[in-house]
Design a protein around this ligand. Structure first.
Ligand code: DON
Length: 568
C-alpha cells in the first residue's frame, strides 16, 4: 500500500548525481510512505521513507542488517531532525547470524561539571525549564560513538554508510506536511534557544513539499566520514560544540567529549512462552521492566481472556503498575548505582508482587509501593532491520523531547539533546514524561540517565522472529510489552500489533492513558472497577518486523506518523 504523503518536484541535478554515486539511489524530492513490505532479502522500517530507503540501498550493495541500520540511523539524523540525531544517544540490540546477541549502550552522560542539584533554584525548587530546554539540558552525546562501536559487525566502510546522509543534508530533501507543521510549531523555541541562525527557521512558514537544506550538518557528517569518531568528539566539531556551550551557558567540555565512549553490555535475556527475548539492559529500564511484566503475564491464561477484553486490559494495567513502582526506586545507571536486577526479575519476587494483584478492581498507587528486595551481593525514534542472512537489528535513539533542547551547534548544524531531564532532578519531582525517581537516578558526573527505550528482538527456535521498538517516553516499555503479548498470545500479525490502539499505566500518576480509538466498552468496564481513564492523541510509533519460518520478512511502519517499511 503506497499512501502518497507528499508530492515533490524531481530535481534532475540530484538524481543525476545520485545515479553516479556508488551508494545513493534515493529521490529526495519525490517519495511516499509505504506502510508495509513483504519480501525475502531484507527490510528496514523507520520513521521516515528516505531513511528506510537509505538502509535498503545499503542492503542491495551487499551490506548486512548492521550496515543498513547504521545508514538508516545516519539518514534519520538528517531527514527526521525531531528525533533522528548525532547529538543524542540511544541503544542498539542485535542478533547476529552467528547466534551471538549484542547490545551497545550509546546513552548520553552527565557532563563532568554536572551535579546533583544543578537544576534546583536557591530555594531548592526544581527548575524544569533548565533541564528541558537550551544548552544546560544537554547530556554528552553518544550517537556517533555508538555507530563506531557497531561498525565492527558491519561489512561496508562507514564512508559508504554515511554517504546517503551527507547527500540528503547537502542537496536537501522535501519535507512532509507533518514535519512542516512540527517545525512551524517549534519556531519560537528554535529562536529562543539558539545563538546562531539555524536551518529550521526561515521567514515564511514551512509547508509540506518545501526543501530543507542543512549544509553545516553535511560538513559535520563529512568530518565524521573522513576522521572517524574523532571527527565528532575531537577537532573542529568538538571545538564548535564547546564554543556553543560557552555562548549559551552550557557545561559540556572538550574533555567530556574526548572521554565519551559507547559500551557493549550483556543483553537482558529471558524466555517467554518458549521464545527467547533479547532486550537492552540498564540504563534501559526496559531491560528490567519487560522481563518483570512478561514473567507476571506468563502466570495467567491471557490468550483466553482475549485482546482488549476487560479482563486482559485490567490484568496488564496492574502488571504495569507493579513494575513501574519499582522503576522509580531501584533503577538507574548500573555503573554508578547497585541495582538488584536479579532479585527484581526472580520468580520469587514476581510471586510476591503478584500477591498484591486484585482482579476485578482498580489497584491504588498509594498502597502499591515499590517492593522490598534483599540487597544484592516527544522525541525518540526506533528502527528495525532484518536481512536475508539471519541478522536482525533493533535501535531506539533519541534527543529526548522533539528537537531535543532546541539548540543547534553553531557551525556544526546538529541539534543537541535535552536528556538531562531523564535524570531525577529532585526526588519525587516528575520529569517531562511524569516519571519520578530518587537516589538511583540522581545526577552524578559521567553517569547515564535512566531510559525507557526498549529495542527488542524475539527469537523463535534460535532465529529472529520479531524485531520491535518504539519512541514514547515512559510508554515505550508498556508498548513493547503489549506488542509482544499481542503477537505471541493474541496471535496478531505485525500490522495489527503496530496499529491497534494501545494503553499505558506507569504507577504515578495513578491513571490509565488510552489512545482515542480504544474500545469504549472496555473503558466503561474499567471505569466501573474504579479506574481513572485519560484519553491521549497517540501512544508511540512502533516499528515491527516479523520473520516467518520459511524466511518471509514482513515489515510494518506505524500509521501514527510518516513511518515507512522498505525492503527488497
Ligand atoms: O530515554 C528515554 O526514556 C526518553 N528520553 C525517551 C523519549 C521519547 O521516547 C520521546 N518520544 N516520544
Amino acid at each position: 500500500m503506497k499512501s502518497s504523503l507528499l508530492l515533490g518536484v524531481a530535481l534532475w541535478a540530484f538524481v543525476a548525481a545520485a545515479a553516479q554515486s556508488p551508494v545513493v539511489k534515493l529521490d529526495p524530492y519525490n517519495y511516499a510512505s509505504q506502510k508495509s513490505f513483504t519480501g525475502r532479502n531484507g527490510a528496514v522500517v523507520s520513521a521516515h521513507p528516505l531513511a528506510s530507503q537509505a538502509g535498503v540501498s545499503v542492503l542491495k550493495k551487499g551490506g548486512n542488517a548492521i550496515d543498513a541500520a547504521i545508514a538508516t540511523q545516519l539518514a534519520l539524523a538528517v531527514v527526521y531532525p525531531a528525533a533522528g540525531n548525532i547529538g543524542g544517544g540511544g541503544f542498539f540490540v542485535a542478533h547476529l547470524s552467528t547466534g551471538e546477541n549484542i547490545t551497545i549502550d550509546f546513552r548520553e552522560k552527565a557532563p563532568q561539571k554536572g551535579h546533583r542539584d544543578m537544576y534546583l533554584d536557591p530555594a531548592g525548587n526544581a527548575v524544569l525549564d533548565k533541564s528541558q530546554n537550551g544548552h544546560l539540558a544537554a547530556g554528552v552525546p553518544g550517537a556517533v560513538a555508538g555507530i563506531f562501536k557497531a561498525l565492527k559487525y558491519a561489512k561496508l566502510p562507514l564512508s559508504q554508510l554515511i554517504a546517503p546522509a551527507i547527500e540528503l543534508a547537502e542537496k536537501g530533501f522535501v519535507i512532509t506536511p507533518s514535519e512542516a507543521e512540527s517545525l512551524n510549531d517549534d519556531r519560537p523555541n528554535f529562536i529562543k534557544y539558539n545563538t546562531r541562525p539555524v536551518a529550521f527557521v526561515r521567514d515564511r512558514p514551512w509547508r509540506g513539499g518545501d526543501t530543507l537544506f542543512q549544509p553545516e550538518l553535511a560538513q559535520t557528517l563529512k568530518r565524521i566520514s573522513e576522521k572517524g569518531q574523532a571527527g565528532f568528539y575531537k577537532g573542529k566539531t568538538a571545538k564548535l560544540l564547546v564554543k556553543e556551550m560557552k555562548r549559551g551557558g552550557g557545561i559540556i567540555s572538550r574533555k567530556d567529549l574526548s572521554q565519551y565512549d559507547a559500551k557493549e553490555r550483556t543483553p537482558s535475556e529471558f524466555t517467554y512462552k518458549g521464545h527467547q527475548i533479547i532486550t537492552m539492559p540498564l540504563p534501559s529500564s526496559g531491560g528490567v521492566l519487560l522481563p518483570m511484566m512478561l514473567k507476571m503475564t506468563e502466570r495467567f491464561p491471557i490468550a483466553e481472556y482475549g485482546f482488549h477484553s476487560l479482563k486482559a486490559v485490567q490484568l496488564m494495567t496492574e502488571i504495569e503498575r507493579l513494575a513501574y513502582a519499582d522503576r522509580a526506586k531501584y533503577l538507574g545507571d548500573p555503573d554508578f548505582y547497585k541495582v538488584p536486577v536479579k532479585e527484581l526479575t526472580s520468580e520469587a519476587y514476581i510471586s510476591s508482587r503478584l500477591r498484591l494483584y486484585r482482579p476485578d478492581m482498580a489497584g491504588n498507587s498509594q498502597e502499591i509501593q515499590s517492593g522490598i528486595v534483599a540487597k544484592e551481593s516527544e522525541e525518540t525514534t526506533h528502527l528495525s532491520v532484518a536481512d536475508g542472512q539471519g541478522n536482525a537489528v533493533s535501535i531506539t535513539t533519541t534527543l529526548n523531547g522533539g528537537y531535543g533542547c532546541y539548540t543547534v551547534v553553531g557551525g556544526a548544524g546538529f541539534l543537541l539533546n535535552n536528556e538531562m531531564d531523564d535524570f531525577s532532578v529532585k526526588p519525587g519531582v516528575p520529569n517531562m514524561y511524569g516519571a519520578v525517581g530518587g537516589e538511583a537516578n540522581a545526577i552524578v558526573p559521567g553517569k547515564r540517565m535512566l531510559s525507557s527505550m526498549t529495542p527488542t528482538i524475539v527469537l523463535r527456535n534460535g532465529k529472529p522472529y520479531i524485531v520491535a521498538g518504539t519512541p514514547g517516553g515512559t510508554t515505550i516499555t508498556t508498548s513493547v510489552y503489549q506488542t509482544i503479548v499481542n503477537m505471541l498470545d493474541f496471535n496478531m500479525g505485525p500490522d495489527d500489533a503496530v496499529n491497534k490502539p494501545k494503553f499505558h499505566m506507569q504507577w504515578l500518576p495513578d491513571l490509565i492513558s488510552v489512545e482515542n480509538d480504544f474500545p469504549e466498552e472496555t473503558l466503561e468496564g474499567l471505569r466501573k472497577m474504579g479506574y481513572t481513564i485519560k484519553k491521549r492523541g497517540q501512544i508511540g510509533r512502533t516499528e515491527v518486523i516479523r520473520i516467518l519460518a520459511d524466511g518471509t520478512i514482513e515489515a510494518v511502519g506505524d500509521k501514527r506518523g510518516d513511518d515507512a517499511a522498505e525492503g527488497y
